[in-house]
Design a protein. Structure first.
Length: 152
């Protein structure tokens, strides 16, 4: 096998996150290994995988210790912008807003329009609840992940 082919295989391993690759072709066999987690090791050294630990999950008794205020904060959710664009509260400038504060929405309810690259994208609530606050003024630019509506 040519050095150029071996080099190409090593590039493919890195690109796809492979730690080992073994190829058998006719009478030729090659096995490539690379360290995990981008850790460089001496030849022949054993590279152990990184150890991750999970945080302790609160027990039910600990969960009941939350105050009423914490409970209220837990029920607040946000509808966020799935893309960068311009926020519009209505389908056209002369129409009334699609939703207002106090409106009850379902997952399929269209709550606003985001214009991106001259395309009008209907944004759905994707959750049930009551709109408690509209966080973005009509016609404002929005970023990906920006909070648009507060919902309970």
């Amino acid at each position: 096998m040519e050095l150029k082919s071996i080099s190409r295989l090593a590039e493919l391993m890195a690109k796809h996150g492979l730690s080992e690759l073994e190829i058998k072709e006719n009478d030729t066999s090659i096995r490539l290994c690379r360290p995990l987690n981008n850790v460089m090791a001496e030849p022949g050294a054993v590279v152990e995988p990184a150890v991750t630990t999970m945080e302790e999950v609160p027990t039910e008794s600990a969960a009941t210790e939350f105050s009423a205020e914490d409970d209220r904060e837990e029920s607040v959710r946000y509808i966020t912008a799935p893309m960068v664009g311009t926020f519009f509260s209505a389908a056209d400038p002369n129409a009334s807003a699609l939703v207002a504060e106090g409106d009850v929405v379902e997952p399929e309810t269209v709550v606003c329009i985001i214009e991106a690259m001259k395309v009008m994208n209907e944004i759905k609530a994707e959750t049930s609840g009551t709109i408690t606050k509209i966080l973005v003024p009509n016609g404002s630019p929005v970023e990906f992940g920006q909070k648009l509506f507060e919902i309970r």
